[in-house]
Design a protein around this ligand. Structure first.
Ligand code: NI
Length: 178
């Protein structure tokens, strides 16, 4: 089922999300929610979606980059479920890159993100896992885990003058500012 996406201004976008009780993960309702998050992310061509964006204040996010039409320089990222993620930054150097957000429709802006991080999380079966992500992959994880703390990429931008309407961005700004 495609879920309704909350936009910036809805309080849920600014509310820190609660951890998921791991005992809930295997329930049919929770598994259906995970499927709905994926379906909603794909429908709106996002590269990630966090539960607060569908009005649920819980620490769940999904990521997938397989059709990077909106992010032409992006590598692909396999479908990943992050439940109760914990991020440790492993390289504090930052990289500027363009971001958009389904909760801030039709906009793009340049935000700095740490280049490398380690994520520990529970997966869709409740299994603990961890991995290291770099560059665009690390950017998507930072964007989605920010949502779980009530933060959005606008909060990370160093210069709001890069903020662009999507249609104008497609004409003028396809090359990432570095
Ligand atoms: Ni977002």
């Amino acid at each position: 089922m495609i879920l309704k996406v909350a936009r910036l201004g809805h309080p849920v976008i600014r509310t820190p999300a609660h951890p998921v009780d791991p005992a809930q993960i295997s329930t049919p309702q929770f598994q259906r929610l995970l499927d709905d998050l994926v379906e909603t992310m794909r429908e709106y061509e996002g590269v990630g979606l966090a539960a607060p964006q569908v009005h649920l204040s819980i620490q769940v996010a999904v990521l997938e980059v397989e059709r990077p039409a909106n992010y032409p320089d992006a590598p692909s990222v396999p479908l990943t479920f992050l439940i109760n993620p914990e991020v440790t930054i492993t390289e504090h150097a930052t990289l500027d890159g363009w971001e958009g957000c389904l909760s801030i429709p039709e906009m793009r802006g340049v935000a700095p993100r740490y280049r490398e991080l380690r994520v520990k999380a529970l997966g869709r079966s409740g299994e603990p896992f961890d991995f290291v992500a770099r560059d665009f992959h690390a950017r998507v994880i930072q964007h989605e885990t920010d949502h779980l703390r009530g933060e959005v990429y606008l909060d990370r931008m160093r210069d709001l003058r890069t903020l662009s309407h999507l249609a104008e961005w497609r004409r003028f700004a396809l090359k990432p500012a570095t």
